[in-house]
Write a protein that binds this ligand. Structure first.
Ligand SMILES: NC(=O)c1ccc[n+]([C@@H]2O[C@H](COP(=O)([O-])OP(=O)(O)OC[C@H]3O[C@@H](n4cnc5c(N)ncnc54)[C@H](OP(=O)(O)O)[C@@H]3O)[C@@H](O)[C@H]2O)c1
Length: 333
């Protein structure tokens, strides 16, 4: 792993023995799918800026631009000689997000599908080994599926062959408890889950279960897809090909902005310079969190976001008061 500048704090990655930067890199947007216009040159600058500043955890997925995100990350890690950890994901074969509770494992993660996807990601990443290979969706019901031992066995074989170091679960967006049983059963070395100033549900059961099992917690969507950056207004409009055009559709955007303003009033400037910074500090004030992975497409965002990895936490009384801002809703639907 690359040497981190003094200011960038690092944390253990569960009980794996590895350490990662508190701020990692969310690589969905740079895949150029679902996020409107994205310029590869900007993405490459963002990735290089991240490596230069000591970011050494990169999140991606086979489906982010059909491997485009994986390939961009691979290019920058190779050209900079960075040994950063990369987490990627096997998509469900039926491409169903989130996993439907009645979906059988054979339609999502049959062993041959898991292997084929891992091999494809290895080629995209141009590495001999994937640091963390995750299920891109999950259902605890699969633990009772007749195929489960074989699917898990395929991950174990990939590990034994040195093609995968750690196994993870990317938890369904609207249901942090949908992988609780799997975590308790010791299935995963890491989970990736939504946790932010609005959606605090993972703190109830999943995060404590991860603490008990020594499972690394990777926090995604710290900005609620942009709603917690303080840069959106009720008049913001997204192009139709940008998924945020429906995520923030109808009355959702105005309500998001109203709630973001209330958070800003409580947190800025008392605890952070911007709401975005406060949003990252909130995630990093949870000690079980290994790294938070904001989606970044510009070097400027990288520069701003790594500042939250300076070890300064929100005080316990502030964390307690922030429970009052929790807002449970499913905008992914
Ligand atoms: N199912 C899954 O496994 C899953 C699902 C979702 C996300 N993820 C992972 O988690 C990562 C993070 O989630 P996300 O990207 O969906 O959402 P996010 O991190 O909550 O928000 C990303 C948004 O924040 C904006 N932003 C970033 N830094 C900023 C700053 N300093 N100031 C103002 N705005 C800033 C970005 O701006 P721009 O629009 O200008 O780039 C983008 O619109 C993803 O990239 C992906 O790696 C995984």
């Amino acid at each position: 792993m690359s040497a981190a500048p003094a200011a960038l704090q690092r944390r253990p990655f569960g009980k794996s023995g590895l350490h990662v930067s508190e701020v990692g890199f969310g690589g969905w947007g740079i895949g150029k799918s679902m996020w409107g216009v994205t310029d590869d040159e900007d993405s490459l600058k963002a990735l290089r800026a991240a490596v230069e500043r000591g970011v050494d955890y990169f999140d991606t997925a086979a489906v982010y631009g059909h491997g485009h995100s994986e390939r961009l990350i691979a290019r920058v890690l190779r050209e900079t000689g960075s040994a950063a950890l990369v987490g990627t994901k096997v998509p469900p074969r039926n491409m169903e997000w989130p996993a439907h509770e009645r979906t059988r494992l054979v339609h999502a993660f049959a062993p041959d599908w898991v292997r084929a996807s891992a091999e494809r990601s290895l080629r995209n990443l141009r590495r001999d080994s994937i640091d963390l290979l995750m299920f891109h969706v999950f259902q605890d019901r699969w633990l009772a599926d007749p195929l489960w031992p074989e699917t898990l066995g395929e991950f174990a074989k990939l590990k034994a062959e040195g093609k995968v170091r750690l196994v993870g679960i990317s938890v369904n967006s609207d249901d942090p408890d949908s992988a609780l049983e799997a975590v308790r059963a010791g299935t995963a070395d890491a989970v990736q889950v939504i946790l932010n100033l609005f959606d605090q549900r993972a703190l109830a059961r999943l995060v404590p279960a991860c603490r008990e099992r020594g499972v690394a917690v990777v926090v995604r969507c710290p900005f609620d897809e942009g709603g917690l950056t303080g840069t959106l207004t009720p008049d913001t409009r997204f192009p139709p090909e940008d998924f945020r055009s429906y995520y923030f559709g109808g009355e959702r955007l105005a309500e998001t902005c109203r709630r973001a303003e209330a958070l800003k009033a409580d947190l800025v400037p008392a605890h952070a310079e911007t709401l975005a910074e406060a949003a990252l500090r909130y995630c990093l004030s949870v000690p079980e969190v290994s790294t938070v992975i904001p989606g970044m497409r510009t070097a400027e965002h990288v520069a701003a976001n790594v500042r939250a990895a300076d070890g300064r936490r929100l005080p316990p009384d502030v964390m307690e008061a922030l429970k009052g801002h929790a807002w449970n809703r499913n905008f992914y639907r």
